[in-house]
Design a protein around this ligand. Structure first.
Ligand code: URA
Ligand code: URA
Length: 243
């Protein structure tokens, strides 16, 4: 087998295994653990941005580092473009996300879609993930130990996707990404940085559902985000600013 045939076989095997897991399928005789080790076929030198994200998903596997594993239906890793320039970070999966295995697919997710649309983005071109990969029971706030144990998963995603810009949704995502305890009111309106990647903070869409008066400032935040994106990345056509 040539190296490229082997690589394409590996990629298909990995994708199949990830799909099996995301559907709650069987653990395939330890093969899924062996595959990342075979990943030496994919040299880091030639790896594009986003390279290794699937292997990283396999590494995390059926994570049971914290108590949330017991109550989840499935781990919600993340979704979207592994080469995304813009990454969106939320708090934790809710009920719908836990059921479907995808972040932001409930009511807050629909609002996130329209927030993204307002600045000319759609969910397929960005990458969406949460700080916590598993749903806290009854959507309670994440505990500090859960956050500490789970944050390396998000950091691993950021390191592989290498986004040019991160949008943090809500206080919890912002504080986790920026390792600070500042209130949202102090974090909004500035450009922060996490390991060299600019971070912009806005309200969480679930908070907007409860406090519609925060929609206006959110729209202002994401207009600033789009402006910064155009300055730093500049690969998007001009969009029609909605009224
Ligand atoms: N809220 C979040 O923070 N993340 C989701 O995926 C859904 C709702
Ligand atoms: N507090 C939060 O945690 N998030 C918001 O979006 C607003 C207030």
């Amino acid at each position: 087998m040539t190296e490229s045939a082997a690589e394409s076989w590996m990629a298909r095997a990995e994708a199949y295994l990830a799909l099996q897991r995301d559907l709650g399928g069987p653990e395939l005789y330890g093969l899924e653990r062996a595959l990342p080790a075979l990943g030496i076929l994919r040299g880091p030198a030639s790896a594009p941005a986003g390279g290794g994200l699937e292997a990283f998903r396999l590494e995390i596997g059926d994570c049971r580092k914290c108590g949330l594993a017991a109550g989840r239906s499935r781990l919600v890793f993340g979704a979207g473009n592994p080469d995304a320039r813009l990454m969106i970070v939320g708090e934790a999966p809710g009920e719908e996300e836990d059921r479907r295995g995808e972040p932001f697919v409930g009511e807050a997710g629909r609002l996130l879609d329209s927030i993204l649309a307002a600045i000319g983005f759609n969910r397929e071109e960005v990458y969406i993930a949460n700080v916590l990969k598993c749903r806290p029971p009854r959507n309670r706030d994440p505990l500090p130990e859960e956050t500490a144990l789970c944050l390396p998963h998000l950091e691993g995603q950021i390191d592989r996707i290498r986004p040019r810009l991160i949008l943090a949704l809500g206080r919890f995502a912002a504080q986790s990404l920026l390792s600070c305890a500042d209130p949202l009111s102090r974090l909004r309106g500035a450009v922060h940085e996490r390991a060299g990647v600019p971070v912009i903070v806005t309200y969480h869409p679930a908070a907007l559902l409860r406090n519609p008066e925060w929609k206006r400032p959110t729209w202002e935040d994401v207009q600033r985000l789009r402006k910064l994106y155009d300055e730093r990345v500049g690969d998007k056509p001009a969009w029609n600013r909605p009224a």
